[in-house]
Design a protein around this ligand. Structure first.
Ligand SMILES: Cc1cc2nc3c(=O)[nH]c(=O)nc-3n(C[C@H](O)[C@H](O)[C@H](O)COP(=O)(O)O)c2cc1C
Length: 212
């Protein structure tokens, strides 16, 4: 029996990684999934934010699971952590304005869903009308990443409505100048915050299905 290598982070030296962000940009950008609005409801508070860091995480067609990365600084993060539910609303091209409404403003500053037509899914999460499709999900596990949490979610319901779904790669060049400038400003601030928090990883396991 060969001893497992010690790959704990503590055992590794922690120098700055040998990477060039400009060189890796196209490689990492190509991993981005379609644009989605991640919505949730905790108590009587509903909210939605834009997310692209969404990956399929199940090979069993009848048990769809995904990993959804949500940043700690987002209002949505606390709501998902408290409720254990979220819906992934995959955006259709007609919904381009939602990038501005849901992705560049916070639900802490007002009810972002007030002007967005939606119904309520089985988990209580808002389902946005006009989407390419949606998955209504419950959280089955979560891993802290210091600056974000990777939520493993399982779909309890989902539909493809149709239309043409949008990716960030395609949408980015079509953003009005003001939105693109605002995005550049916002993401620069968020990278700065992440640089200070991404090593503060809380290893506490997800407590299981919370009462909603
Ligand atoms: C194109 C785009 C992609 C984004 N991707 C993510 C993501 O994958 N995960 C995340 O947590 N935030 C992502 N965001 C940022 C949130 O949508 C944004 O910070 C939002 O204002 C948070 O809203 P909240 O505070 O109401 O939760 C993205 C924003 C945009 C515009």
């Amino acid at each position: 029996m060969v001893d497992a290598p010690d790959v704990s982070l503590d055992a590794m030296p922690h120098p700055a990684p040998d990477v060039d962000p400009a060189d890796l940009g196209p490689l990492l950008g190509g991993l981005s999934a379609p644009l989605a609005a991640v919505s949730t409801r905790s108590g009587d508070v509903s909210n939605a934010q834009i997310a692209v860091a969404i990956t399929a995480a199940s090979i069993v067609p009848q048990r769809p699971r995904l990993i959804v990365q949500i940043y700690h600084t987002n209002f949505t993060h606390g709501l998902i952590a408290a409720s254990g539910v979220l819906a992934i609303n995959f955006l259709e091209w007609e919904q381009l304005p939602l990038i501005w409404q849901l992705g560049m403003h916070s639900g802490r500053d007002g009810n972002k869903l007030e002007s967005v037509s939606h119904t309520t899914g089985a988990t209580g999460s808002p389902l946005l009308e006009g989407c390419y499709g949606y998955l209504d999900c419950r959280v089955v596990n979560a891993m802290d990443g210091g600056d974000m949490t990777a939520f493993l979610v399982e779909a309890v319901a989902g539909r493809t409505n149709g239309g043409e779904r949008m990716t960030w790669r395609e949408a980015r060049p079509r953003l009005p100048r003001r939105w693109a400038d605002e995005w550049d400003r916002k993401i620069a601030g968020e990278i700065d915050v992440s640089l200070h928090t991404m090593d503060s990883i809380d290893p506490t396991p997800w407590p299981g299905r919370p009462v909603t």
